[in-house]
Design a binder for this molecule. Sequence first.
Ligand code: MG
Length: 161
Amino acid sequence: MIATGIGWDVHRLVSGRPLVLGGVTVPSELGLEGHSDADVLTHAVIDALLGAAGLGDVGEHFPDTDERWRGADSLELLRHVDAQLAERGCAVVNVDATVILEQPKLGEHKAAMRDALAGALELSPERVNVKATRGEGMGFIGRVEGAAALAIATVELPGAG
Ligand code: MG
């Protein structure tokens, strides 16, 4: 059976933090605040995968009250989730994601993000797509207060049901 899942995440933009998106550190004056590396894109992808497999959400798997995940590399968390899916016989078909960030422009970094996400999932890069868009000056994204990401994943579940 084929199943799909969605993921959505937001993190605040602050000074003194790196901007990590899809495992790629993007040069920026502001970075994302969070318990882990605050990789908003990877968190949305994790939630989409967990959703497709019926396994809850990222907060249940990696609570921000757990010191184990302080400063965590979110690609490691993604590998961990991918392994949990594989254990259950779930095969990831594809992932599509959009990062919404006012600045900097992400065009030249999208391919590296796709490759890093695909690498963590052991998928060929054609199975992963990363898009970027802006807030057009509106709302918290447009005011450069934060960044958001959304993702959808398609997973083949075991069994005919
Ligand atoms: Mg998050």
